[in-house]
Design a protein around this ligand. Structure first.
Ligand code: LMR
Length: 394
């Protein structure tokens, strides 16, 4: 029965991570999967998370099912974090807890196809390697809008709007709210305003992927694209993740939120999100959501978490500066300043697939074939090695 089943190629991101684990070199460097690593190369558990787990260990009394859309306290915490307290009150968010941002996206895809009769979703070229597959499997046709200039490292906003002009009314559009994955290249607030107007004028359905809140500028500033869209009367779907900003990668915790402009619409959307979830995973896992809920609802823990998140963001900014200074010294005359302008964990380095292969094969430095490097995998111990190797392949 299974003889004719072909082998699927390895995942573009996790496949390389597996290959890295098998590499016997003792100087190997992993800049593939988007996980934060501290100065010692570890992906730590945040102090606020540890403390919340302690509280949960002492106080939780059951492992019975959560509601289909997660606990009410979790749902309102998520809506407030995304929208800000005032807008969360004024607008009508329909939120559900999901196992990570990936499932939030899949639920959003199912939802727009089934409930809004969307047939096509537009996504940036390039985008996260999993986006196209998630939405294709949700039954949508995928189309791409241009994103970068010819250097492949900076935004070309005119190209963005020109390609979105080709979209049909009622198409969906996927937007990276902050810290664009894989490029690290973001829109300015003024560009977001222009794009929002274009999306509204074309009656497109926006799906905001919000996986890096707090990694760009701040928790508040990073939410600008969503808040601006909703404040100016728009309805949107937001898929958020706590993998990165809580370091809860393996706990799989995120959310899907439809922001409506009336209570009736909100109730209808909540019911449709629930019926989508019920047939996919029934209801969400408890632990990760309980951690987030505990931290966000306790002023002291929240402060500890925000301080830790700020430290992470600032450390990545410092790593970018250190990388740029070293590269400019090693390759005089070549401009690396784009790395300082990009935000979040990733940098689209401009390196080609063959240069990425060469880095891996000759130097045991692993970046994605697209040229994406995880800046958060750099540290004082491997920075010289990385920069020297990149200078060589250039
Ligand atoms: C990444 O882009 O590396 C992360 O978001 C992890 C993943 O699931 O691909």
């Amino acid at each position: 029965m299974f003889e004719a089943v072909p082998v699927n190629p390895p995942d573009a991101i996790f496949g390389l991570n597996e290959q890295f684990k098998k590499d016997a070199s003792d100087s190997k460097v992993n800049l593939t999967v988007g996980v934060y690593k501290d100065a010692n190369g570890q992906t730590p558990i945040m102090a606020a998370v540890k403390q919340a787990e302690q509280i949960l260990l002492e106080n939780s009394t059951t492992k019975s099912y959560l509601p289909i859309d997660g606990s009410a306290a979790y749902r309102s915490s998520v809506a407030e974090l995304i929208l800000g307290a005032a807008l969360a009150k004024q607008s009508f968010p329909a939120t559900a807890q999901t196992p990570g941002g990936t499932v939030a996206l899949r639920v959003a895809g199912e939802l727009v196809r089934r409930v809004l009769d969307v047939g096509t979703i537009w996504m940036s070229n390039p985008t996260w390697a999993n986006h196209g597959k998630i939405f294709t499997q949700a039954g949508l046709e995928t189309k791409h809008y241009d994103y970068l200039d010819d250097s492949g490292t900076r935004l070309d906003f005119e190209k963005v709007t020109a390609s979105i002009d080709q979209a049909e009314s009622g198409d969906a559009i996927l937007l990276h709210t902050v810290c664009h994955n894989p490029t690290g290249v973001d829109l300015s607030q003024a560009q977001w305003q222009t794009l929002s107007e274009q999306i509204k004028a074309k009656s497109m359905v926006p799906i905001f992927d919000f996986a890096y809140q707090g990694f760009g500028e701040s928790l508040e500033a990073d939410a600008f694209p969503i808040r601006n869209f909703v404040q100016s009367g728009g309805e949107a779907i937001v898929c958020n993740s706590f993998s990165k900003n809580f370091g809860l990668y393996g706990e799989r915790v995120g959310g899907v939120t439809a922001v409506a402009q009336s209570a009736d619409v909100c109730a209808a959307m909540q019911s449709q999100i629930k019926s989508t979830i019920r047939t996919m995973y029934s209801n969400p896992p408890i632990h990760g959501g309980a951690i987030v809920e505990t931290v966000l609802s306790d002023a002291e823990l929240r402060k500890i978490w925000e301080t830790e998140l700020t430290e992470i963001r600032e450390r990545i900014v410092a790593l970018r500066a250190s990388f740029v200074a070293k590269m400019e010294a090693l390759v005089p005359g070549k401009d690396f300043s784009y790395v300082n302008q990009q935000r979040g964990m990733f940098s689209y380095s401009g390196l080609s697939k063959s240069q990425a292969d060469q880095l891996r094969e000759e130097h045991s430095i692993y970046i994605l074939g697209s040229g994406r490097m995880n800046i958060a995998g750099m540290n004082d111990g491997n920075m010289d090695q990385i920069c020297n190797a990149i200078a060589k392949v250039l």
